[in-house]
Design a protein around this ligand. Structure first.
Ligand code: ADP
Ligand code: MG
Length: 246
């Protein structure tokens, strides 16, 4: 079973201890939420796990393989997937073309070879679009999609590289509550059916406590609590520092 093991992770910016010695594990098929106030260090932690940032110290291992020092592209090859917002350039491509581009895995190349690339990975792209419920909109231009639909395409793009661990930093930000639940239900199903571990951050506590198998609570770069949702919700330190209802 694929496991992500993060230990003693630290990252400072000009003396600010953004991530100050944290460790945790995510197992295959497990949904783990990181919560904490703005500035707690959640995004920095994500960036260290996928190679976007190099941590000052610590280790990030996937199935025993050390990932610290690998650039994001190599971390992705090793199995760390991540959702990214579709950029403006790719907004002009269709839904299917965006997923094909991710399957080709050289997205710049896709743009220059578009006439040829359009014929590549059509079936694979459609299978991923089926998975996220976007097949019917495969020919729509991404720039014209509703926000919730775009989030599904972003998920299909992340899945195109067949990740073992998927990082989602605030995946439902800006969505209406009902679309948030739809997206997380989808992510939950994918995690369980494909045995993909999911690490996500989220501000909506209904989502966190409704979909996470385990919750990690960060405050000022440190983990102040972790465990099953019910235990974390009842933790006095968490209620005081985060939920604000001591
Ligand atoms: P969160 O995602 O939990 O809101 P961040 O990881 O974005 O927290 O930020 C943690 C701390 O690190 C904050 O104090 C933030 O200002 C600081 N920080 C994050 N990224 C940078 C950066 N690139 N340069 C300087 N400081 C940063
Ligand atoms: Mg953040």
């Amino acid at each position: 079973m694929t496991t992500l093991i993060v230990s003693d992770l630290r990252k400072s910016f000009d003396g600010v201890h953004a991530v100050d010695g944290i460790g945790f594990e995510v197992a295959a098929g497990e949904l783990v939420a990181i919560i904490g106030p703005n500035g707690a260090g959640k995004s920095t932690c994500f960036n260290c796990v996928n190679g976007q940032l190099r941590p000052d110290t610590g280790s990030v291992r996937l199935d025993g393989r050390e990932l610290v020092g690998l650039p994001p592209r190599e971390a992705a090859r090793a199995g760390i997937g991540r959702t990214f917002q579709i950029t403006a350039a790719f907004g002009s491509l269709t839904v299917r073309e965006n997923v094909q581009a991710a399957l080709i895995a050289g997205r710049r190349r896709m743009l220059s070879m578009l006439p040829v690339a359009r014929r590549l990975y059509v079936r694979e792209a459609d299978a991923l679009l089926d998975l996220v419920g976007m097949r019917a909109l495969g020919d729509a231009t991404c720039g014209a999609l509703a926000y919730g639909d775009l989030k599904r395409v972003e998920l299909a793009i992340a899945l195109a590289q067949d990740p073992r661990m998927l990082l989602m930093d605030e995946p439902t930000a800006g969505m209406a509550p009902s679309s948030r639940r739809d997206l997380m239900r989808l992510v939950h199903g994918i995690a369980k059916n494909r045995s993909v571990g999911v690490l996500f951050t989220e501000h909506d506590m209904d989502i966190v406590f409704g979909y996470a198998d385990r919750v990690l609570v960060m405050s000022r770069g440190r983990l102040i609590a972790s465990g099953p949702p019910d235990a974390v919700r009842a933790d006095p330190a968490v209620r005081e520092t985060y939920l604000g209802t001591a």
